[in-house]
Design a protein around this ligand. Structure first.
Ligand code: ADP
Ligand code: MG
Length: 273
């Protein structure tokens, strides 16, 4: 992108060729403020299709906001983001040069699954209904197709016996596994996890991490905000450390976790390890 112009939505230029594989994310010079607080400060990040990226960093460093901009839950003030060749958002110095229409946003968001710390299942719907809701309402699948897929996904997350349960009848770990199945039901190119195990009792963390580990082998691009350092070391291709809205360090797990170059990374790791 250096020196090249900003792509138009939906077009593919030769400079994009290397990013054609499904699920590549490019975050280019993204900044975002809430009032006077600069939460993302010129963030640049390339995420290869099919890779697993773990994002670490202290509370308030902008991790959730970064994930939310990828999913277009937050608008950026400056910079742009593409998922594959498709523009997710672009603004330049407060002046909107290109902005997606709501309908396009919804369409693109369907390719980008998100799993939250607090599960966010629909409490009045059963497990099955939770999973089929989006693919059916977005006309991605017929109801019978969606139900078949839901059954498959529940096998994958080990919850076939809970298909007719309501969220309140499930443990936190089970609810989170349903939330993962629900995100997968749209067959996303990219799956974003925002501290998926932080709300769980310690004994339930492993069952959710095991499901994510298996997903890591499936070729879906995963971006995971987590404080589980051991998990990041084992599963991530790239570990990123954020502080005060900036990516201060990025590299292979061994480098970032065992030999951090930045003193803030070292300080953070000393606290959480
Ligand atoms: P992290 O996930 O790393 O803890 P966040 O991205 O949630 O950090 O938040 C970064 C900073 O932005 C925090 O200071 C937070 O209070 C602030 N912030 C996040 N969302 C909003 C919002 N909608 N309005 C105002 N401030 C926000
Ligand atoms: Mg957060």
């Amino acid at each position: 992108f250096s020196g090249t112009s900003v792509p138009k939505a939906g077009t593919s230029k030769s400079s994009f060729t290397q990013w054609r594989a499904p699920g590549a994310i490019r975050i280019h010079g993204v900044s975002k403020s809430f009032g006077l607080l600069k939460v993302l400060d010129n963030v640049r990040l390339d995420i290869k299709a099919g890779s697993v990226t773990a994002i670490l960093g202290p509370s308030g460093s902008g991790k959730s906001t970064l994930l939310r901009t990828i999913n277009h839950l937050e608008r950026v003030d400056d910079g742009f983001i593409t998922v594959d060749d498709e523009l997710v958002g672009y603004r330049k110095s407060g002046r909107t040069l290109y902005e997606l229409k709501e309908k396009e946003i919804l369409k693109r968001r369907a390719d980008i699954g998100m799993v939250f710390q607090s599960f966010n299942l629909f409490p009045h719907l059963t497990v099955l209904e939770n999973i089929i809701e989006a693919p059916v309402s977005l006309n991605r699948l017929s109801r019978p197709e969606a139900m078949n897929l839901a059954r498959e996904l529940l096998v994958r997350v080990g919850l076939s016996d809970k298909i007719n349960a309501y969220p309140r009848q499930l443990s936190g770990g089970q609810q989170q596994r349903v939330a993962i199945a629900r995100a997968l039901a749209l067959r996303p190119k990219v799956l974003l996890f925002d501290e998926p195990t932080s709300a769980l009792d310690p004994e339930l963390v492993g069952e959710v991490l095991d499901v994510i580990k298996e997903l890591a082998l499936s070729g879906t691009t995963l971006v995971i905000v987590t404080h589980e350092i051991g998990f990041a070391r084992e599963v991530a291709d790239t570990v990123i450390f954020m502080d005060a809205g900036k990516i201060v360090e990025s590299g292979a797990p061994d480098q970032v976790l065992n030999r951090p170059a930045n003193p803030r990374t070292a300080e953070f790791l000393a606290k959480v390890l």
